[in-house]
Design a protein around this ligand. Structure first.
Ligand code: GLN
Length: 477
């Protein structure tokens, strides 16, 4: 059966599919040939688990999302000082391809607009052994191949699989990209551009033409969420300080002239591309990849923006809402053999049965504030254990605040199992599941009846769990 998290994503999908506003980018002619109706959302959580809906394995070109990755690579390979000497970190409030620099410093304002991104790319073109940058096409061809190989290697490491370039899209942008050449030559005229303008644009267009899927974007996002370590491969791609800097710049500059509105409503560092992709990150928790080719006037995917908004609202992901780390939500998991038997009088037959089958009761003790990411790991743990469990005892007595999505996910989990294998006993002395201050619901479980009970006492919970186990045994003969 689909997990309750997937059901959430499916709801987001149905909230986005009816949107058909916007237009596919066509200033790079090859981009106009994509199927405009496609749509995908992927989510990668802290341990690398991937959730996705829609066309999540369909490849499209990364375009400007590459800017965040190449900036990270330049920081790693050239160091913060060199990079800062060439590129600022101030939001420009301008369109991505604006021909602009900071008037005072004459540096591009940030690495997320084309001027800054082309400069970051230029910083990766290594000089020859005499310290000279290539000056002719013959000279830069092999140098660019080497530089692009390291860019592709880095992107692939962040995505956790080997990526490749879309040659047709590359050729198409090379044939039409006068504006980017103009930007690079303008920067050169200021006297501080690190390489040949044409070489830099060529390398920049190659990186924009790397093919990714929404799953890839979500894994890349989770790598940055995770302080620079890809959670699926365990490989460190950048150090924590670089990851933090890239996320900071994505927060203030990633969505171009829509950045302020984006931070206010969605509240996730993000980067979009005219290929239709958006990569978003909830620091410390998860990576998000969305894809749909039709763009708004800023060059951001229309459905992608909506999907991010819905994800942020429905799953409570705004970075200033999320209080604590999610990986500590599950305090411990153990089975009924570790519980003291209830003090209730039982027949010899029942007592013998319980002694032999106590391990079919499973206890999950949760703690802290419950937010999406923490409850997601609870849901997955329950799903993994359900074949070996007849009764789940969920102990919420150490839980503080439960946000809306977590409450709904937990309730959905209890509901979807009612006709299934497991019974449920919830220990909830503070009424956190039913809303703060509300009195806990009285147990409503009788053998053969409804298999969900909420109680305020741990001792009573054990008794109910045992009775449920006996009831289930009787029913199944
Ligand atoms: N390659 C594109 C360009 O430079 C990328 C733009 C984008 O995705 N916003 O024009």
């Amino acid at each position: 059966m689909t997990s309750v998290v997937e059901q959430y994503l499916a709801r987001i999908e149905s909230g986005c599919l009816p949107l058909d506003a916007g237009a596919v980018a066509d200033y790079i002619p090859e981009l106009a040939s994509v199927d405009a109706t496609t749509f995908a959302v992927s989510l990668v959580v802290h341990d690398g688990h991937v959730y996705s809906v829609g066309d999540s394995t369909l490849e499209f070109t990364i375009q400007s999302i590459s800017k965040a990755l190449t900036y990270a690579l330049a920081l790693r390979d050239r160091g913060v000082e060199v990079v800062d000497a060439h590129i600022g970190v101030e939001p420009s409030g301008e369109a991505f391809n604006e021909i602009s620099v900071d008037h005072r410093t004459r540096r591009p304002r940030n690495p997320m607009i084309n001027a800054g991104a082309i400069t970051a790319t230029a910083l990766l073109i290594r000089p020859d052994k005499d310290g000279q940058q290539p000056t002719t096409r013959e000279e830069w061809a092999p140098v660019l191949d080497t530089a692009f190989a390291s860019i592709l290697e880095f992107y692939s490491g962040c995505a956790g699989r080997q990526l490749s370039m879309d040659r047709a899209v590359y050729a198409s942008e090379m044939a039409t990209g006068s504006r980017n050449r103009a930007i690079a030559y303008m920067l050169q005229s200021f006297g501080v551009f690190p390489s040949h303008p044409q070489a830099a644009v060529d390398l920049y267009v190659r990186q924009c033409s790397v093919r990714v899927t929404s799953d890839d974007l979500a894994v890349i996002g989770s790598t940055f969420a995770n302080g620079g370590v890809n959670p699926r491969t365990g490989r460190r791609m950048v150090d924590g300080q670089i990851a933090r800097r890239v996320l900071s710049v994505m927060t203030t500059c990633g969505m171009y002239d829509g950045a302020g509105d984006w931070v206010t409503t969605v509240g996730l560092p993000a980067k979009s591309g005219v290929g239709g992709g958006i990569l978003a990150v909830l620091p410390g928790q998860l990576g998000i990849g969305v894809f749909s080719p039709r763009l708004d006037e800023h060059g951001n995917s229309v459905r992608g923006v909506r999907a991010c908004r819905l994800l942020s609202e429905d799953l409570g992901l705004h970075m200033f809402t999320v209080a604590r780390e999610s990986r500590v939500t599950i305090r411990s998991v153990y089975d009924g053999r570790e519980l003291d038997p209830a003090a209730t009088e039982r027949s010899v037959r029942d007592a013998t049965f319980l002694r032999a089958h106590r391990e079919r009761i499973r206890v999950l003790e949760l703690q802290g504030d419950l937010t999406f990411s923490g409850v997601e790991s609870v849901v997955r743990r329950v799903e993994a254990l359900q074949n070996r469990t007849d009764v789940f005892l969920i102990d919420l007595s150490r839980v503080g605040v439960v946000d809306d999505v977590s409450r709904r996910l937990l309730v959905a989990l209890l509901r979807t199992r009612r006709d299934g294998a497991a019974g449920w006993v919830v220990v909830d002395p503070d009424g956190v599941l039913s809303g703060h201050g509300a009195p806990p619901r009285a147990p409503d479980s009788t053998p053969g009846g409804d298999d969900v009970a909420v109680t305020s006492s741990s001792a009573e919970a054990v008794e109910i769990a045992e009775t449920m186990l006996l009831g289930r045994a009787e029913r199944s003969g």
